[in-house]
Design a protein around this ligand. Structure first.
Ligand code: KG4
Ligand code: ZN
Length: 372
């Protein structure tokens, strides 16, 4: 045995399955024996090509593709890890929240694997898995502050334990990724909109348009992004009326002004969330982000500045672990299993599954399903 193989043999191995949206994913993560968690394999079949012509994820197409590919994905994750199912300690699967057809495809596949192998089945909350990612990547200690910003999610969470989350606030309408995607659509830029808007914004003047900074006048950490796109639509239509079209420079100015508004809103709400978090007097304060929007360098830079000013370390996991993946599901399963969580074949999928039941449900469906 090589040293690496030896280390793996002493650790617990978890298989994770993810199918809540448009990524079919399976991964193996090793945990325990005093080592940092390690991703042994991580396979993702992205479905974007299947949905490309529909302007968004089509739940029925997504569910069918998950059902067709999940077993193949699991087989590949095991093969890449040079393991078979008998070596695995437990099987984690996203049991919600998300598009229910896809969630059920994953849950059914995991149940079959569990039944066939006799390995424990662990249903994982997809949002909890995102929120626990800084522990997988950086072994961050509880409690830490997390901002989930993606095309489907937007919430501030105090992460106190694998099953202990306090939501400090969240979007009352769109997620920021949706706002980026809609902005790109309005300006005739490519999808997904985030990277296209970020690129165009590089050459723009962020002071050209004064877009609203919703909910800054109200206390608390809730956010709203739907008014921004309406403001952008009006401003764009005015330019179209005046000029009959958009120049490259107009697009850049729109993108820069839009991004500045998003940054201001996320920045101010982060400041508020950080002050609530710092009041807990955490030993090693950490402000972490996850989700596709966390790839945005301008947003990342602003959040880092704000974290540091508050005395917290800023952590942004690599993008491959910020966006949907199964390594986070395998890792979350390991933490839950450690806490005694184990499901039987009555495990079912949940379209909505809030992390903090003491808070009212977040509104809005999200382009990729419920925001929970
Ligand atoms: O986390 P993710 O891959 O999927 C979910 O929505 O769950 O996030 C995708 C979202 C898309 O809306 C995309 O436009 C946005 O993340 N995004 C970005 C950037 N890269 C991806 N938004 C802003 N700036 C980026 N560089
Ligand atoms: Zn996600």
């Amino acid at each position: 045995m090589t040293t690496d193989e030896n280390k793996i043999a002493q650790q617990n191995l978890y298989l994770g399955l993810e199918s809540s949206c448009d990524e079919t994913a399976a991964a193996i993560v090793a945990v325990g024996s005093g080592e940092s968690p390690r991703i042994i394999s991580s396979v993702i079949y992205d479905q974007s090509d299947l949905h490309e012509n529909f302007g968004g994820v089509v739940p029925e197409i997504a569910a069918r593709a998950h059902a067709e590919r999940m077993d193949i994905c699991v087989a590949r994750a095991l093969k890449e890890a040079s393991l078979d199912l008998s070596a695995v300690t437990g099987i984690g699967v996203t049991a919600g929240p998300g598009l229910i057809g896809g969630v059920l495809s994953g849950v059914m596949c995991a149940k079959g694997l569990s039944l066939g192998s006799g390995k424990p089945l662990i249903g994982v909350n997809h949002l909890a898995a995102h929120a626990l990612t800084p522990r997988l990547t950086d072994s961050v200690a509880f409690p830490y502050l997390m901002l989930l910003i993606s095309g489907g999610h937007c919430q501030f969470l105090l992460v106190k334990g694998p099953q202990n989350f306090q939501r400090l606030g969240g979007t009352i309408d769109d997620a920021p990724g949706e706002a980026f995607d809609k902005t790109a659509r309005l300006l005739g830029l490519d999808q997904p909109g985030g990277p296209a808007v970020e690129k165009a914004a590089l050459n723009g003047d962020e002071n050209q348009y004064k877009f609203p900074r919703p909910l800054l006048d109200r206390g608390g950490c809730d956010l709203s992004f739907s008014g921004l796109k309406t403001a952008l639509l009006r401003a764009r239509d005015l330019i179209l009326k005046l000029q009959g079209g958009l120049y490259e420079a107009d697009r850049s100015d729109f993108c820069a002004s839009f991004q500045a508004a998003i940054c201001d809103v996320l920045g101010e709400k982060s400041r508020r969330a950080l002050s609530l978090y710092m009041a807990l007097d955490p030993e090693e304060p950490v402000y972490a982000v996850a989700g596709g929007v966390a790839a945005n360098q301008t947003i990342r830079g602003r959040l880092k500045e704000i974290a540091q000013a508050a005395g917290a370390t800023f952590i942004a996991p690599p993008l491959s672990l910020c966006t949907d993946n199964a390594a986070m599901i395998a890792y979350a399963a390991s933490e839950l299993h450690q806490e005694g969580v184990c499901h039987d074949l009555t495990l079912s999928g949940r379209p909505r599954w809030p992390l903090d039941n003491s808070q009212p449900a977040l509104l809005g469906g999200g382009k990729k399903g419920a925001k929970a």
